[in-house]
Design a protein around this ligand. Structure first.
Ligand code: PLP
Length: 383
């Protein structure tokens, strides 16, 4: 087992000397560990956000994000966490009715956000630990359409609370077939950049994510792609607010800037991290996430645990392990803490009944080796 060393990009020697090499400590589904050079990029001096230097940084990040989202449409970058863009999506794209699929805590949050924005939100419950299926989407949409048009549907690609991934390509195709006018809004907060999501090819109208999960950046930035037809729809929606108004963001984006003061230091980190992502290669990055997920599922089963996620729909970025051996998750985490590592307990009702191992962002095979060795040692002592 060896620590992964990282390459430093655009970092002064004096900064380089104070940052430690990357070694994963956090196996929780966000925030994730940030590579040292990405963290260090935040220490560069401030610049004005109407300067040429900032506009160049913005343009570079925008082009790279479009590549990563696989879209020719725009990607907005905002100083907020992902929830801010859940709210932006609702306020900009839902005139009155939205159908929200709820199969966990974060998809439920999007439903709650829609209610908070005073929209007619129609909640469709899907059992936790299972994925949202195209047939359920078809049924729910058809019954909602009986009462009038549906502006949009919301769905979480990767339900972080349960470790379930839903087939958003098929869901988007189903929505298009049944109700072509209905916009498809997707939360990919904990999967984006760990799993391939070709936004244009899949006809996703809005895909949102935040910085601190698979993107492995500090918290504080959020990103969303917005299709041309979604942007056109926003122009007809009242009560879009100001900070997250897509029309205002669009006007600024055309000038390579943001309407309000951007999080300049975080944007510098973003620039470095996007370079790292493309240096690794997106295919290699997606393959690494798939491999680490498979290794984690194997470790769990080999060690006498069961998997919580419906078979065939397990997340590639976070694995929810059913605590069938009824170990103390608290004791496990205390043991891991002594080895400078941390995993997550089960979410909500699943506290102590499950635990979650995140393998997203910059986590490498060697990090998993270290984690599995420590967890196996813990189990051996507690048999
Ligand atoms: C973490 C998470 C959110 C919330 O994102 P914040 O950046 O914390 O606001 C929303 N959806 C999913 C799927 C998440 O994992």
């Amino acid at each position: 087992m060896h620590d992964q060393t990282i390459e430093f990009l655009d970092v002064d020697d004096d900064v380089r000397s104070i940052v430690a090499p990357h070694k994963q400590r956090l196996f929780i589904p966000g925030p994730t560990d940030v590579a040292a050079d990405v963290l260090a990029a935040q220490t560069a001096p401030m610049i004005g956000h109407r300067s040429d230097e900032f506009e160049a940084l913005f343009a570079k990040c925008e082009a790279q994000l479009q590549r990563l989202f696989e879209t020719t449409a725009r990607v907005y970058m905002v100083a907020a966490s992902g929830t801010g863009l859940q709210e932006a999506a609702i306020r900009n794209l839902v005139k009155s009715r939205v159908v929200s699929f709820v199969n966990g805590a974060f998809s439920q949050r999007w439903y709650d956000v829609a209610l908070g924005c005073d929209k007619a939100a129609i909640r469709v419950d899907v059992p936790w630990n299972t994925a949202v299926k195209p047939a359920q989407v078809a049924d729910a949409l058809q019954s909602a359409l009986a009462d009038g048009p549906v502006d949009a549907i919301t769905v979480a690609h990767n339900e972080t609370s349960t470790g379930v991934m839903s087939p958003v390509a098929e869901i988007a195709a189903t929505v298009r077939r049944i109700s072509p006018e209905t916009l498809v809004l997707v939360d990919a907060v904990s999967s984006f950049s760990g799993v391939r999501i070709p936004v244009d090819a899949w006809n996703i109208d809005l895909l949102l994510t935040s910085s601190q999960k698979a993107l492995a950046l500090p918290p504080g930035l959020a990103f969303c792609s917005v299709s041309d037809r979604a942007l056109a729809r926003a122009a007809d929606v009242k009560g879009r607010g100001w900070y997250f108004d897509f029309l205002t963001l669009e006007k600024a984006l055309k000038k390579n800037t943001t309407p309000a003061t951007p999080a300049i230091s975080l944007m510098r980190s973003l620039g470095v991290q996007l370079d790292r992502i493309f240096a690794e290669g997106t295919e290699a990055r997606y393959a690494r996430h798939a491999r680490l997920a498979e290794r984690t599922r194997c470790w769990a089963v080999e060690n006498g645990f069961a998997l919580m996620a419906e078979a065939g729909y397990a997340s590639q970025t976070v694995t929810t392990v059913a605590n069938t051996r009824t170990i103390s998750v608290k004791a496990l985490n205390a043991y891991l803490a002594r080895h400078d590592m941390e995993i997550s307990n089960g979410y909500g009702d699943y506290k102590d009944k499950a635990f979650r191992i995140a393998h997203m962002g910059e986590v490498q095979d060697s990090d998993m080796d270290r984690l599995f060795a420590a967890m196996s040692a813990f189990l051996a002592r507690h048999d």
